[in-house]
Design a protein around this ligand. Structure first.
Ligand SMILES: [Zn+2]
Length: 447
């Protein structure tokens, strides 16, 4: 029996991940994400109500994957399965999932985030959300079973998806890194991966974003040490401390909280997306923020918050805010523009626990924000961060462990696909025969 793989999104481009796998007369969709910079662009051009956005318009603007390649087999889809809660893997669900008469199967955390997005954006979808814990399996049909293998990344409950089918097993690892000292959650389940490798894996689809980086990505523990160095070992007496990071990075937020506690400062989180992901983590039983942090997302309360901070003295607080990419509507941008009343002084500490996602919009926004911050003479600490994506040696290690017959690089621009192909060739794969560089809109049939 054949296995057909449809590269719908995220092949030759970073973002809008979506893959369809067809075996017999059944189809499984893996990930349904948006292209974040393009999404930000359409919202900047025109402040649109999210519930009024259509799939057709979003395909045109290259925000969501073009799924017309599977139009003929649309009714054969039996499940939509995202790997984790990042928007480039789940963000298109509100706009596209309703076209498929299939449940969404995801971890509890991803499920909570999807529900929060649907609620915030006022969108309803008919698909039931079925949750599956990392480490567990679920029968999707008589012939196909899905298993979630715990893997490490930069948001909780990221999994490697295993599809067990009559045409063989498929492994989908999009996104991952091999973190042996995670600061939240489990280590990758190497034992189970090895076991599955011994049983035989027909195809592995692998996050190859950093295939050209000749390294192994450091652990989140390293990012924690970097943060400790900046937050605990600098003279912050009497100064304001403001930290910004990815709202979905619950492990990083946990580290920041632990350091705020060591500094004896009250910790406040300000910004809508922070509240969204933190409540999702609480609901999924991953981390309890509410007894350690004061949190607000509503603009009226934000004003009260800043009033209180000014009155009591900012040196008593550690602020965690949105705005690491310089987004003009984020809390940090509003603080520096004076929309929020925050008394910046020379030598306040502003920590970016993030990298800049290198799209032209982000680069410009972030430059503008840094210029404004520098005009206030604050101390800037940038790149206090370690990536959630594996590098070349993480990829080599994973493939050594699972020994798939075929490999397909995903999640990367064309030049990184090329780097991955070179790596695969080093491991004995043959370009076009057992390693397949795919682009969006292509289909591959594996015997
Ligand atoms: Zn991710």
């Amino acid at each position: 029996m054949n296995m057909e793989i449809f590269a719908l999104g995220g092949y030759g481009v970073v973002g809008r991940n979506m893959t369809a796998v067809k075996v017999g007369d059944e189809v499984v969709i893996l990930d349904m994400g948006i292209h974040l910079p393009n999404y930000i662009k359409i919202n900047e051009d025109q402040e649109t109500l999210k519930s009024s956005l259509t799939r057709k318009h979003l395909i045109q603007e290259k925000v969501v994957p073009d799924d017309s390649l599977i139009e003929d087999i649309r009714k054969q889809v039996i499940a939509i399965i995202p790997t984790h809660a990042h928007l480039d893997h789940i963000g298109a669900i509100p706009y596209m999932a309703g076209r498929y008469n299939a449940p969404i199967v995801c971890t509890p955390f991803a499920g909570e985030v999807i529900k929060a997005i649907l609620k915030d954006d006022g969108i309803k979808i008919p698909n039931p959300i079925k949750t599956l814990n990392p480490g567990a399996s679920m029968k999707l049909s008589k012939n196909i079973t899905v298993e979630f293998i715990p893997i490490t990344h930069s948001t909780p409950q990221t999994v490697i998806i295993i599809l067990k089918t009559p045409a063989g097993n498929l492994l989908y690892s999009n996104d991952f890194k091999l973190d042996n000292s995670p600061t939240l959650g489990r280590k990758p389940d190497y034992e189970r991966l090895k076991e599955l490798g011994e049983q035989g894996i027909k195809v592995a689809i692998i996050d190859s974003l950093y295939a050209s980086t000749k390294a192994k990505t450091p652990s989140e523990m390293v990012a924690r040490d970097m943060l400790a160095d900046v937050l605990l070992n600098m003279d912050t007496k009497g100064k304001g401390i403001i930290v910004t990071t990815f709202a979905s990075h619950i492990a990083r937020l946990k580290s920041i909280i632990e350091m705020g506690e060591k500094l004896n400062r009250k910790i406040v989180f300000i910004g809508r997306s922070l509240a969204k992901y933190c409540y999702a983590a609480e609901n999924a039983g991953i981390y309890k923020f509410s007894d350690k942090v004061e949190m607000t997302k509503f603009s009226k309360r934000v004003k009260q918050f800043f009033g209180k901070i000014s009155k009591e003295g900012k040196h008593k607080y550690l602020l965690v805010v949105t705005g690491h990419q310089g987004e003009p509507q984020s809390t940090l941008s509003k603080m520096v523009r004076g929309v929020h009343d925050f008394p910046f002084d020379a030598n306040d500490h502003v920590v970016f626990s993030s990298n800049v996602i290198p799209s032209p919009i982000n680069l410009k926004n972030r430059q503008d924000l840094e210029d404004q911050l520098r005009a206030r003479a604050v101390r800037l600490f940038t790149d206090v961060h370690v990536s959630g994506h594996g590098s070349r040696e993480d990829m080599r290690e994973l493939v050594n462990l699972i020994k798939p017959q075929h490999v397909i690089p995903s999640h990367s621009p064309p030049e990184r696909i090329q780097s991955y192909i070179e790596l695969a060739e080093e491991q004995g794969y043959k370009n076009g025969f057992t390693v397949h560089g795919m682009m969006e809109g292509q289909r591959l049939i594996i015997d």
